[in-house]
Unconditional design. Structure first.
Lengths: 210, 211
């Protein structure tokens, strides 16, 4: 009888186990086939993002691979260094801010040696379409207003939206998003100021590197 | 042959996943803010439905009824993972548009529903036809709802279609009203429910028995 073994107690278990093995094997093979391509695509994405905030004239190195990892509070920050002739001209790194309704906005910012912002771009967010999403460069040029700013320009009290007495525009119907973004960019610049030497790959003359 | 015609008529209209079975509403609300997103999600789901139905139909004599649900879930999840990897590696532009939604296909109950209701009792070819028909029916619904929400919400149609289908389809991208200020409600989930409600009502009107 053909169906005999299927009535045994162990058959469903063996079947489930067998199928699990089969599918795991298939996924392993697919992973092995696609891994290199996926890594390459992600590197290209990262490169494209970084190049939006650091102009190509600032570096002649492969900035995606020239990284330094720092700790800021409880977060780990990976900074990418743009070097020309071996000297670090600019760095870029990710900062995040709490957006509207507990979702995180992630942005990448580029800062030159003097601490001047080269550019900020939001790379992911969940803000309300049509209201808060003007932080995207494809929707509005608002985010470009940060270019050329630094910690002292505007002075510290100016690092806020206009409603709070600062110099940055808020959006009609959405104040929380630009407010969070402005303060995140400011703390990003403070992070640069605090870790300037480590980020620029320099040590103080006579001092010991930490 | 008549059988296949019935399978397709069922999948596309008579037993449409969204309009009749009312399944898959969760990914539907999430992705259908534009017709293009709906199309991409629909095609990805169609692929999963088709392959899941084929695999399950060819294993149907070996699958013990006691463990059939875990086995279906396992197979569907693996197929979705494979699709996710392949799209990420080889259709990366599309992945950037749809990436977040592809894993959602796992929880799309219409895939498990078709496995249980059709593929586990029918031959491979009929199951393949059923998967294809149900997938196309779902795609139709997603594109229809996406188009309504996109037109009302942002006055465009098939925005970014060239990202999904390649440059040759750029002609699909239509801007209906320049500088449209937008109708936010339609782009938020409530807009999805509204559009779906009106479409369901419209379908009822069409199907109403004539006196």
């Amino acid at each position: 009888m053909k169906t005999d073994f299927r009535n045994s107690l162990g058959y469903p278990m063996a079947l489930l186990g067998g199928i699990a093995l089969m599918t795991s094997a298939a996924i392993s093979v697919a992973d092995w086939l696609t891994q290199a391509d996926i890594t390459q695509r992600q590197l290209e994405d990262l490169q494209a993002t970084l190049q939006q905030v650091v102009p190509a004239t600032y570096f002649d190195n492969d900035l995606v691979r020239d990284t330094v990892t720092l700790r800021a509070g409880d977060q780990t920050v990976i900074a990418y260094r743009a070097r020309r002739n071996g000297q670090v001209q600019a760095v870029c790194y990710q900062v995040s801010a709490p957006g509207y309704g507990n979702s995180a906005m992630v942005m990448v910012m580029g800062v030159d040696r003097a601490g001047t912002l080269l550019g900020v771009r939001v790379i992911s967010h969940a803000e309300t379409p049509g209201l808060g999403d003007k932080i995207e460069v494809t929707k509005s040029d608002w985010i470009l207003k940060f270019n050329g700013r630094s910690l002292n320009d505007p002075p510290p009290f100016g690092w806020a939206v206009k409603k709070d007495g600062g110099i940055f525009d808020q959006f009609t119907g959405a104040t929380i998003t630009p407010r969070a973004l402005v303060s995140a960019v400011k703390s990003g610049l403070e992070f640069f100021a605090a870790h300037r030497l480590a980020l620029l790959d320099e040590v103080v003359a006579g001092g010991t590197p930490k | 042959m008549n059988d296949y015609r019935r399978i397709f008529a069922d999948g596309l209209w008579g037993n449409n996943v969204v309009f009749v079975q009312m399944l898959a509403l969760c990914p539907l609300m999430a992705v259908t803010t534009t017709a293009t997103n709906g199309l991409g999600m629909g095609l990805a789901t169609t692929w999963v439905l088709l392959s899941a139905n084929i695999v399950i139909a060819s294993l149907r004599h070996w699958i013990a009824p006691e463990v059939r649900i875990p086995v279906f879930v396992l197979l569907i999840a693996s197929l979705v993972t494979l699709a996710d990897m392949a799209i990420n590696a080889w259709l990366h532009e599309l992945y950037k548009v749809l990436g977040l939604f592809i894993p959602l296909i796992v929880v799309n109950c219409c895939v498990l529903g078709r496995a249980e209701a059709f593929a586990s009792r029918q031959p491979v070819l009929a199951s393949a036809a059923d998967g294809l028909a149900m997938g196309l029916g779902l795609t139709l619904a997603l594109v229809l709802i996406g188009a309504c929400r996109e037109v009302l919400g942002s006055a465009t149609l098939f925005a970014q279609a060239s990202l999904l289908l390649g440059q040759s389809f750029a002609f699909l991208e239509i801007v209906l009203i320049q500088d449209y200020s937008g109708f936010l409600l339609m782009l938020l989930p409530p807009g999805g429910f509204l559009v779906l409600g009106f479409l369901l009502a419209g379908r009822r009107l069409l199907e109403r028995p004539r006196p």
